[in-house]
Ligand binder design. Structure first.
Ligand SMILES: [Zn+2]
Length: 195
């Protein structure tokens, strides 16, 4: 728990990602310099056999959307990120990308694909229960920025949500092979495969 892929530097406000910089290199930053991009809590880098590299919040943060993510969420995020790098050669691909409106962060896409023309596709992984209202609001927030959004939901998600997303072309069907880079065993993936 409590683990995004990205951190911001307290000193320079630069964004770092544990997918591009090794944990050894990340440990070179002074303690207290790596902050959560969302709640600004101090974090430390963690790399360990069998796990994806990530940052850990140093204290409980109930309102941070990046704080409750599981290894499975991270594995899906990484799988989508790598798939996008492969599929959209001309685009800029980011993880945990901030959507800004009137100088305020209104959403954070798990993975964001930005084309040179300004169009974009956001990927939202939703593994915890959510209301249809919230799904609609978030989807509309992306549309208003001119971005498409693809939702990755669990098989057990309420059918009113799946129906609405299917109807709006925003339900993404993924297969196990999309996540071959994930450190999670394929059996775990099979049993929790989204939609
Ligand atoms: Zn946070």
């Amino acid at each position: 728990m409590d683990m995004p892929f990205t951190a911001i530097l307290a000193t320079t406000k630069e964004t770092l990602t544990a997918l591009e910089i090794s944990i050894t290199q990340l440990r070179q930053y002074p303690k207290g310099d790596l902050l959560c991009p969302e709640c600004k809590t101090v974090m430390f880098p963690r790399g360990r056999k069998g796990y994806l590299p990530h940052f850990v919040h140093t204290k409980k943060t109930e309102n941070c959307s990046l704080a409750g993510e599981s290894q499975y969420h991270l594995a899906l995020k990484l799988g989508i990120y790598e798939k996008c790098l492969e599929s959209y050669k001309d685009a800029k691909i980011s993880v945990e990308y901030s959507i800004v409106k009137d100088n305020k962060i209104i959403r954070r896409a798990d993975v964001m694909v930005l084309f040179p023309t300004g169009y974009g596709i956001a990927f939202e992984i939703q593994l915890s229960p959510i209301s249809l209202e919230e799904i609609k609001n978030r989807t509309i927030d992306y549309y208003e920025q001119g971005y498409d959004v693809q939702w990755i939901v669990k098989k057990t998600t309420n059918s009113d949500i799946k129906d609405w997303l299917l109807d709006h072309g925003s339900l993404n069907v993924l297969t196990t092979s999309d996540f071959k880079s994930a450190v999670i065993s394929s059996e775990t993936l099979e049993s929790t495969l989204p939609y």
